[in-house]
Design a protein around this ligand. Sequence first.
Ligand SMILES: Cc1cc2nc3c(=O)[nH]c(=O)nc-3n(C[C@H](O)[C@H](O)[C@H](O)COP(=O)(O)OP(=O)(O)OC[C@H]3O[C@@H](n4cnc5c(N)ncnc54)[C@H](O)[C@@H]3O)c2cc1C
Length: 531
Amino acid sequence: MKFRHKYIIVGAGSAGCVLANKLSANPLNSVLLIEAGPKDNFPAIKMPLAASSLFKNKKYGWGYETEPEPNLNHRLINWPRGKTLGGSSSINGMVYIRGQAEDYESWEQAGNVGWGYKDLINHFTSLENNQNHQDELHGSKGELWVETYQSSLEASNVFMEACAQAGFQENLDFNGQKQEGYGTYQVNIKKGQRFSAADAFLKPILGRPNLELLMGTRVTKIITSNNKAMGVLIKNKTGSHAVTCEAEIILCGGAINTPHVLMLSGIGPKQHLEDLNIHCHHNIPGVGQNLQDHLTVNIGHTMDGLKTFSELMRPIQMLKNLYHYFVRGKGLLTYPASDIGVFFKTSHSENTPNAQIHFAPGAGKYNKNGAMKPMSGITASVCNLRPKSVGFLKLQSSNPEDPPKIHANYLSHPADIQPIIDGIKRIRKIFQSSAMDTYNPKEIEPSAKYQSDSEVEELIRQESLSVYHPVGTCKMGETEECVVDSRLRVRGISGLRVADASIFPSIISGNTNATCNVIGSKCAEYILADT
Ligand SMILES: Cc1cc2nc3c(=O)[nH]c(=O)nc-3n(C[C@H](O)[C@H](O)[C@H](O)COP(=O)(O)OP(=O)(O)OC[C@H]3O[C@@H](n4cnc5c(N)ncnc54)[C@H](O)[C@@H]3O)c2cc1C
């Protein structure tokens, strides 16, 4: 039998774009890359400051939200995921963080040979084109543009000065020798525009004759026979079709959609599948389990006399912003989700930072559509980097159009609340420093109302948000509950791998995108060695 393609990759996101690039580098490998979403040519995707306007956009995103969260006053938490070329890297905050070496050491210690930081560092550096750091921990020849963001706003400098006065050390490179301290984030922004995984790894190679890209096409099922993956069922505007391939199918649909497709295909927890009348081809109880995410709380302050996003977005100013953005690739509209960060330990018992602050020179409240309504002020938000709470996903039905039910289970582990309470105290300390005094900072409601520890706990339950880092739902490892082995092969099904945020054995201490790029790169290394 002659196949058109050797490999099928499902999802052109942060991992999928890297994988497609690496596999198709050899002209003998024909690759079919299938993406559910459309092309990424919508202006708000390119304009960094417009990112939050995409959170509930149903054309370029999946628009997920959690089920009512029992420990967050039964609130439904917004979970945007990108549905376009670049996946979530086309709607994300663009902050480039690798996490801590210790995160990957713990992956390796859990039995994942080849996943220690010493094994991954070459992948991080070879993918990277870092504009500011040239040393053995950084690369300048890779496809992914990384630059240290240069804020043009005084508010960012004031916050940095206040961090120093509050006792934090300056860190010029969060992805260097150590993560701890305050400093400016590195970002995936090139000449003032978002630089997604598609911009870096996919668009430059779309001319390869051995790479076919299908957009607007959703994989609804993996076709298996005798525990071998043979192909996929796809759905697009021309209808439903089966597509087969010669060697392997690699799922890169992300932490929600990959377990969703697996379960729809009868690969997952047997009882759950049978309850929905889905024939269970292969019982893997871990599919959809081990869900982890970072939870954050915004603490906003008004600042007298300091220009923040709100003042700089007034009509006349906006004309200037548009000019600077379109003509010079600079200015307010090039702002990432956060330009200044702080990594720190909330207790002496921690060996490495367990909390992260994202600072932005703006403030606002999310409206019902998930977009930020700006108000005067600046915001620092803090998250617990290593939560112990674990959630899960379940199918709602056997219909692929029905989104899965997401139970993030935030704060279900009692140890998860104190680091956030302590982190909020540290933010308040930063705002009490003399660098802030000049601007008479006043904490904005709702957080201002909550001061004692028990009140702050209530604030967290009432106001916390996702940092949008869901991972772990197809856990990598060697034990029974794991879905893929350390070469990313789905347990018990040949010809099928997973490469995306779902394989994280545990969440890393930082933003998750760069790690997903590396997962795509590692997967290519394994496939090229194994097939
Ligand atoms: C709003 C937001 C802000 C974030 N901010 C940051 C940040 O600043 N820094 C950072 O490091 N991380 C950030 N993240 C997280 C980071 O972007 C993600 O961890 C990462 O992009 C996940 O990569 P992935 O490859 O697992 O999946 P994705 O990049 O989500 O890619 C999955 C792709 O598969 C496609 N797909 C899914 N199912 C199917 C199917 N059945 N058929 C065909 N195609 C399918 C999707 O449409 C999508 O394009 C943010 C995420 C979001 C959503």
